[in-house]
Write a protein that binds this ligand. Sequence first.
Ligand code: HEC
Length: 188
Amino acid sequence: MRSSILRRLAFVAVALTATTAAFGLPWDIDMADSPGVKAYEQKMRAPAPGAVSQANLLTPQSFVANFERATPEGQALTSPYAADAVNLAKGAEMYRIYCEVCHGDGVKLGPVAQPGRMPGVAVLLGDNGVVGRRTDGHIYLTIRNGSALMPRYGHTMTDREMWSIVAWLRQQPGGAQRVVAPPTEVTP
Ligand code: HEC
């Protein structure tokens, strides 16, 4: 009886030692503590000598600052691109792809905004259109970051494509900026 208990205890002791020791053995490389370099553990290496810096192909400006649209910086943003024929055609195309489903032709709302579907879709153009009451920066940041139920498009369009929609909207009836919205009218 007594010797059997002792044997069991000895077995447990050996098992415990073996398990603990196993984790400490040099060949037992625990993946949780791999020898890889962890984030921020070392400084980023300098580019190889002679490397030519190149703007990101999607956003030729490389990095374009984002702002809350209600901030003065956001309101004051303007397009770095000319409102030429190429950009206006691009804007019309992008509007058809991304905006028409909800905003329709700008005056008459699109299929997604019909009764029983998405509520609160803004009328963009025409005499009472919201575009005429907003700055370029505001419209651009609305496209880029969304607004209430309106989705964001910053990840689907390049910066140039988003600005091309702003340029195109400005050319449509009622799209030119008439009034600058007082800050209270601008929802964040
Ligand atoms: C899924 C439907 C939907 C799509 C697609 C959509 N919008 Fe909207 N949009 C809305 C809704 C809803 C509102 C009202 C949001 C609010 O009240 O803040 C709105 C509001 C706006 C406003 C007014 C924001 C303000 O200051 O009040 C502008 C400008 C606008 N959209 C432009 C666009 C453009 C340009 C596109 C295409 C890139 C687009 N929208 C695509 C639903 C949509």
